[in-house]
Design a binder for this molecule. Structure first.
Ligand code: 4AD
Ligand code: MG
Length: 431
């Protein structure tokens, strides 16, 4: 029996026969020789079919193949420096499972809207394949980093009665006669979990009804959110920057091949190291002014402001201590300046914008109650959250890191829609 293997493991089989199960990426032939790019989900390899080396029916089968036809191929694995990937299959047998209909995505250029409409097929392309492998590795790195540092994964609910990040981006749904929301962040539950398990994280899809069309906003995105009891802003910044640096190192160690497919300038990633540079919000405003950008202290940075600020650095940039008015109700006041809260963002280099948002949480019951009132939030649904300040309140902090923003930065992809398998945006619900 010929062993069944996958393209990623071909190096274990040089000089021997294997069986590959896959799809036709493309074919070409020059008379007696047929060339067949085989894709199997783990990689792409070239198969060579010689009309003299195989039975006539095998060569005839080769000639019927269309792009994305499903096939099983048997043949000897050969090392070949000139072949893409370094290996080649000398095909001896070919089994056709299905001859694919006219495949809509050809090697010629297609517009993004067309490709997005065919996202379910587009994922098979080399570039999308590379992005998805890097996404997987980013997620794995997050888990490995947190797990190995004694963080406990505690899942938080998707359906919730309360807002976390303001009320303007809530997705509302009818919940058995009352209204509920899709979660914007697991943070509030994370805070409860941290009081029970000390260092925790949640990791799941989060939802925001973002009504603006930008390349940095999805309506459904994945966020990893660590939360730590007995941890102040400084401690929080330390965890956030170590996580980001760990992810970059991991991708450089394991996904160089995919970064090459994406033509990523890896030099920009290789320089990343902690501690990251830091500026306060107020200093960031100065940077904008020096760059000639009109900006009034107290406002929120837009995407283009973030780009101007972060372009001054080749490292991710830590921005801390924001005006209270632009941040969520739960952020702790800066004891040294009443106008500020102890929030922190990390801006990715190269104009990729905010990848991390978090800070120290308000731990005083009275201040928190007052903040809820100021924000006009309904106290009833936050009573459980206020309990955390009634029963053993301590300084605590946490942050959320958007997976798609990190993947965009690391892969060098310009638009968030390519960093998630099935993007959801203001204008896209299908496929
Ligand atoms: O800064 P944000 O809104 O912070 C929170 O949600 C906190 N409650 C997290 C916490 O402290 N546990 O969002 C965190 C990150 C952003 O830095 C960004 O990376 C990502 O989530 N993000 C988005 N990603 C894609 N599309 C959107 N619409 C996003 N909104 C936020
Ligand atoms: Mg933010």
């Amino acid at each position: 029996m010929t062993p069944v293997t996958t393209i990623q493991h071909l190096s274990d089989h040089v000089g021997h026969d294997v069986e590959l199960q896959g799809w036709v990426y493309n074919t070409r032939s020059s008379g007696k020789l047929g060339f067949l790019m085989i894709r199997d989900g783990t990689g792409i390899v070239q198969g060579v079919v010689s009309s003299q080396g195989v039975p006539a029916e095998v060569f005839a089968a080769f000639e019927t193949l269309t792009q994305e036809s499903a096939i099983t191929v048997r043949g000897e694995v050969r090392e070949d420096q000139r072949a893409p990937g370094g290996y080649e299959i000398l095909v001896s047998d070919l089994e056709v499972h299905q001859i694919a209909e006219d495949y809509p995505i050809s090697p010629k250029e297609h517009g993004t809207a067309f490709l997005m409409d065919h996202r379910h097929l587009w994922l098979r392309s080399r570039r999308q394949h590379a992005i998805m492998l890097i996404r997987h590795e980013v997620i794995r790195a997050c888990r490995d980093f947190l797990d190995s540092n004694d963080f406990v994964l505690v899942d938080t609910p998707i359906i919730t009665p309360n807002a976390v990040e303001g009320t303007t981006t809530l997705f509302e749904l009818e919940y058995f006669g009352r209204s509920a929301y899709l979660t914007q962040s697991g943070q509030l539950y994370n805070e409860a979990n941290a009081m029970a398990l000390r260092k925790v994280y949640c990791f799941g899809p989060t939802f925001r009804a973002e009504k603006s069309k930008t390349r940095r906003h999805l309506t459904e995105f994945w966020m990893v959110e660590p939360e730590i009891a007995y941890c102040d802003l400084e401690c929080n910044i330390g965890w956030a920057e170590e996580l980001v640096a760990y992810i970059v190192r991991r991708i450089l160690e394991t996904r160089m091949e995919q970064l090459k497919v994406l033509e990523r300038d890896v030099g920009r990633l290789e320089v990343i190291k902690t501690p990251f540079p830091r500026v306060s919000y107020t200093e960031a405003v100065d940077i904008l002014h020096k760059a000639g950008v009109e900006f009034e202290w107290g406002g929120d940075f837009g995407g283009s402001d973030e780009t101007v600020i972060s372009e001054q650095y080749d490292q991710p940039l830590i921005v801390h201590r924001f005006p209270a008015a632009i941040k969520a109700f739960y952020m702790k006041r800066d004891p040294e300046d009443e106008r500020l809260v102890l929030g922190v963002d990390i801006l990715a280099p190269e104009g990729y914008g905010e990848i991390v948002g978090g800070g120290q949480r308000e731990d005083d019951l009275q201040v928190l109650v007052q903040r809820l009132e100021e924000e006009d939030l309904p106290r009833e649904v936050y009573e459980w959250y206020l309990d955390l300040r009634r029963f053993g309140t301590v300084p605590h902090s946490g942050f959320g890191m958007g997976i798609e923003r990190v993947v965009a930065w690391i892969t060098g992809v310009q638009h968030l829609r390519e960093t998630i398998p099935y993007p959801r945006t203001l204008t896209r619900l299908e496929p």
